[in-house]
Design a binder for this molecule. Structure first.
Ligand code: HEM
Length: 465
């Protein structure tokens, strides 16, 4: 069915298909957007059996064109009939391999390691070796430590829990049969009811994503912007997938052939302390002389329903909660959106040394655990997943050089700033709005409890292994 939709979309000329849209796996450029997701972190015990496992998995792995066609059909159905078109259902799978996994399966591991290192040394080093830089304590990790290596991550995503469970049972059988050991399994998904679309602190998530040039349609009235997504700048595909033009202008030619149409996947299990966050927001509200609602919005840069604190760019079309068409040029000292707010720390928009399009990542995170009020004692958080082509210049830059750096302002020189309250670790930040000014202290509300870097290989490369 999705194949037909794809042909249909091509014939209509809706979207010029990207060269690799049947090579690049689903969830890299086209998000799975499913309510039920499972992350399986596994290890091969035998290289030959591991290759057989991979061959069997290939039948399940999704490709970009199918996921994108489904998503388009879904939006169309929603627009035509109102509500979710329940007859449209899909279960998608994405399969990534860590460098250890690639080396285990490859028949020529030296060449594989050389090519990986040439393209992204931090990918080969791995998340544990980078922990001192990213500010993590691997002692707290459930997966990603070198003494219990993960070789592959399987992401399964479905519209219903039953469908997900059916595939889960099948994958369990396959794992058992072929000596594939589960290091960790994380069940995640959209939060229920009023929490839908939000992360556990209560804020709408997944709003600001870059558009991808040659993949998403360009707005004819606003060159460089994605059609229908006000404020989403189009970014060269090579920033997210190997083998395409990047924003630096260099083509992916320097990438080994087998890496092309592949993407780097950053996975982080981020445990959230909702009680601590709420308490801090209330305390800080008193210090700032405002309500908890307003204080929380100052820490994030958006209200709980997604409305940004920043005012719309001149001539910006949309005014809805998902509004994303703004930058901070008119707010150099963070009077509206504090320089320490999470969305400003991780995307300072107008205030970057380099073109901001060179720092973007595609975020595919999903919450895990029940909402706080349903079970305050349970563990909860975000399975943070991001795609990029340079760990150091994109993900780690956002995490460490911006969010985790109390001196980075994302505003004019000397603007009040501090640590990102969400992911910057414990620290202080200065907030100066027209109404109030205060220096606030934060605990660590988000702890990394698992982390790894992996490669999402192209379909052809999965076949070759
Ligand atoms: C945006 C929450 C971790 C990077 C947001 C938004 C929320 C949020 C509520 C605003 C909605 C949106 O634009 O999508 C969280 C929580 C996290 C977390 C609760 C941890 C539990 C991270 C990490 C990174 C990151 C680890 C990267 C290092 C971003 C970026 C944006 C964003 C780039 C969009 C900023 C913009 O373009 O305006 N996050 N986030 N976040 N977050 Fe996070």
């Amino acid at each position: 069915m999705t194949e037909l939709l794809h042909l249909h979309a091509e014939r209509r000329g809706v979207r010029p298909p990207l060269r690799g849209s049947r090579e690049i796996q689903g969830n890299v450029l086209a998000a799975f957007n499913k309510d039920y997701q499972q992350f399986r972190f596994v290890r091969f015990t035998d290289a030959r059996l591991g290759r057989t496992w991979l061959a069997a998995m290939l039948g399940h792995v999704s490709v970009t064109a199918d996921v994108e066609d489904f998503n388009e059909a879904f939006s169309l159905g929603r627009a035509l009939f109102g509500g979710d078109p329940r007859s449209l259902r899909a279960t998608w799978t994405n399969l990534s391999l860590t460098p250890a996994g690639l080396l285990r399966l490859a028949v020529n591991p030296e060449a594989v390691e050389r090519d990986l290192r040439a393209r992204d040394p931090e990918l080969v080093e791995g998340a544990e070796a980078r922990a001192a830089f990213t500010g993590d304590d691997p002692e707290e990790w459930r997966f990603g430590r070198d003494d219990a290596p993960v070789h592959a991550v399987v992401t399964v995503a479905s519209d219903t829990g039953e469908r997900l469970q059916a595939l889960d049972a099948l994958l369990d059988l396959l794992d058992d049969l072929l000596g594939v050991v589960k290091v960790h399994v994380e069940n995640a998904g959209t939060l229920p009811g009023e929490h839908r679309g939000r992360e556990h602190f209560g804020y709408k998530d997944g709003i600001s994503q870059p558009g991808v040039r040659d993949f998403h349609e360009e707005d004819p009235n606003r060159p460089g912007h994605r059609l229908g997504h006000a404020g989403a700048l189009l970014v060269a595909p090579g920033e997210f997938v190997f083998g395409y033009d990047t924003e630096r202008g260099d083509e992916g030619d320097r990438t080994a052939r087998w890496l092309r149409d592949g993407s780097i996947q950053v996975v982080r299990r981020l445990t959230q302390d909702v009680r601590g966050w709420r308490r801090a927001v209330e305390e800080h509200a008193a210090a700032l002389g405002t309500t908890a609602e307003e204080a929380g919005a100052l820490l994030i840069g958006r209200h709980r329903d997604g409305r940004p604190l920043a005012s719309p760019a001149a001539g910006a079309p949309g005014l809805g909660p998902d509004r994303n068409d703004f930058d901070y040029a008119d707010d150099p000292r963070g009077a509206s959106t504090p320089c320490a707010a999470h969305i400003r720390k991780t995307n300072p928009r107008s205030f970057t040394f380099r073109d901001p399009r060179q720092r973007r990542i595609l975020r595919r995170g999903v919450p895990f655990g029940p909402p706080y009020d349903a079970d305050p004692r349970a563990e909860r958080g975000l399975v943070f997943v991001a795609h990029c082509t340079s760990i150091k210049e994109q993900f780690e830059f956002q995490q460490r050089v911006w969010a985790g750096n109390p001196d980075f302002a994302g505003g004019e020189d000397g603007a009040p700033t501090g640590t990102d309250p969400v992911i910057g670790g414990a620290g202080e930040a200065r907030f100066e709005t027209p109404e109030a000014a205060a220096t606030l202290t934060f605990h660590r509300f988000v702890r990394t409890t698992g982390a790894l870097y992996a490669l999402v290989p192209s379909i052809s490369t999965l076949r070759l292994l």
